[in-house]
Every structure is written in C-alpha cells, then in structure tokens.
Design a protein around this ligand. Sequence first.
Ligand code: MG
Length: 173
Amino acid sequence: MMSQKMQDAINDQINAEFWSAYLYLSMAMKYEDEGLSGIANWFKIQFKEEQDHAMIFINYLIQRDGRVLLKPIEAVDTDWESPLEAFKATLAHERKVTSMIRNLYALAEEENDYATRDRLAWFITEQVEEEETVKNLITKFKLVGTDGTGILMLDTELGTRTYTTPAPLATNA
Ligand code: MG
C-alpha cells in the first residue's frame, strides 16, 4: 500500500499536469487568435500530452488502490509578447515540472516505494526530451527574431507536429 504522503504528492502532481495542460491550451488560443495556426497546433498537442501525463498518474494511483482527489486548477497567463516569449515561459515551466518529478522520485526512494519510483522513471526521461525540444525551438525563434517570413516558416514547421499516445497509456502499463 502506498503511503498517504506519497498519495498526496501524486495528487499534487496530477493537479500540476492539468495546470500545464491549461497553460498550453491558453498559448494555443493566443496563437489561434494571431493566425499562427502552426504554433497553435504545437501547443494543442502539448495540451493533449499534459492531460495524458495526468492520466498516467491517475491510472497509477487507481492501480495502487490510492484515492484520486481533483483540486481546482489555478488561472494561467493569457498573453505573451511574442512566440519567443511563450516558448521561454514553456521552458521555465518545464524546468519547474522537472524539479517536481525529481522531488517525487526522491520521496519514492525515501519511502522504499520502488513501484512508484519505476513509474516516475518514465517521467524523468520525458522531461529531458521536453526541455531539449523547447530549447531547440527557442534557438530557432531567437534566430529569426522579429522577421515575419522567418516566423511564418517556423509556424509551418510547428504545424507538422503530430500527436502520439505516450507509451504508458498506449500499452496501459
Ligand atoms: Mg507533463
């Protein structure tokens, strides 16, 4: 049986994943409004992935006979100066999530909860990929600066992103 402390921490993480989803949907809506549908597409997929992350934790708590408790989702920003600023905010947020996952992992180790630690290992790898992807996009947006043609090119590139179900949900592992 999972400890109450571990359950509470995972419930907090579920809330954080839904908050992330809401943040990225807000970014998607900002760029829909600006006619940058490729950037909006990228953030909409990000929105789906964050909901998937929440579901992975939800499924895991259920599997371990834990109680899922959904809490209110705090408000998110609705405006960013430029796509570059939105991606910088994304990176800052993902870094925060990385440290939250690291704290959960440390708690699982402290409690000798190896099942939870193993589930979290997937998230540790996922966060490395998230940060790398966003860092690369920041580099590109910095390169084009305020050049409209450059931004449109990147918008087209981000429009090609497609959604794939994360492994833990695809296999129901
Ligand atoms: Mg996430």
